[in-house]
Design a protein around this ligand. Structure first.
Ligand code: 13P
Length: 275
């Protein structure tokens, strides 16, 4: 999926879900837009729902999909969570060992790659750091920028399939305008041949998304706007319908609001009608 996006000049959006209603919203949006997408869960969600149940949702959705759908474990900080996800049918996992020195990062990613590749599973690693606070972890500070040589070494020595790069994006809403280091992104893209991933999609202006794609990004992660749309729509429905209501009557209009946001992001990434 990512290589095809790279060759055709768009990015595969990866959307974070927290439960079945945003999961279904993401699934339906991709179907209706004929878009190749990733549908992703972070470890707190996987642990709360269970790897077995999340894995089964993913397997069922990938089977039912007529577009191109890939279930993905987002931002795992430990090998064991990746192993559990793989054992429960995730065809793609991310291991984020970027906070460790390069040699440890390489060793941890390598461990996941060895387990994953024996089972035909895709592995995303990370170099540099993603700023911000969130379920995926916190990082505040200025030493976020990925070094080109480190990116080359991680890609070469760990055998990963895609690589998230710290180039100035942040998880959560941005304070002000995001400052993405496009020059560094291009340098990393020129020096490596693995697909590159941009985390912290929410709040990045469309022009910057397009520029990021031109400079080597093939996958864009979108989470916060899904969560906040979900919560705000839920609050609005509860206010309007009252809380003495069937859950499904609240959930369906909420799902449709999330779906609109997902569709918009599919367009921003240029992924509509690419399945
Ligand atoms: P946002 O929550 O900022 O959209 O980022 C999502 C993300 O990068 C998930 O890995």
């Amino acid at each position: 999926m990512l290589l095809k996006a790279d060759a055709s000049g768009y990015a595969v959006p990866a959307f974070n879900y927290s439960d079945i209603w945003d999961f279904i919203a993401i699934f339906e949006a991709a179907e209706e837009m004929r878009a190749p997408i990733m549908i992703a869960s972070v470890p707190p969600v996987v642990n709360a729902i269970s790897p077995e149940i999340c894995g089964a949702w993913g397997i069922a959705a990938m089977k039912k999909s007529t577009a191109l759908l890939c279930h993905h474990l987002d931002h795992s900080f430990n090998v064991q969570t990746c192993v559990e996800a793989i054992d429960n049918g995730y065809p793609s996992v991310m291991i984020d060992a970027s906070k460790f020195p390069l040699d440890e990062n390489i060793a941890i990613v390598r461990e996941v790659v060895d387990y994953a590749h024996a089972r035909n599973v895709h592995v995303e690693g990370e170099i540099g750091l993603i700023k911000g606070r969130g379920l995926e972890g916190d990082f505040i500070g200025n030493k976020f920028l990925a070094e080109v040589e480190d990116a080359v070494e991680l890609a070469k020595q760990s055998g990963l399939d895609s690589m998230a790069v710290g180039v100035g994006t942040a998880h959560g809403f941005y304070e002000g305008v995001p400052e993405i280091n496009f020059a560094r992104l291009k340098e990393i893209n020129d020096a490596t041949d693995v697909p590159l991933v941009l985390h912290g999609g929410t709040g990045i202006p469309q022009a910057d998304i397009e520029k990021a794609i031109k400079n080597g990004i093939n996958k864009i992660n979108i989470g916060t706007i899904i969560h906040t749309t979900y919560m705000n729509a839920m609050r609005a429905e509860l206010n309007e319908q009252g809380d003495n209501q069937y859950t499904i009557k609240i959930a369906l209009p909420v799902k449709d609001k999330i779906k609109e946001v997902v569709k918009n992001w599919i367009k921003v990434c240029g992924a509509d009608n690419k399945a």
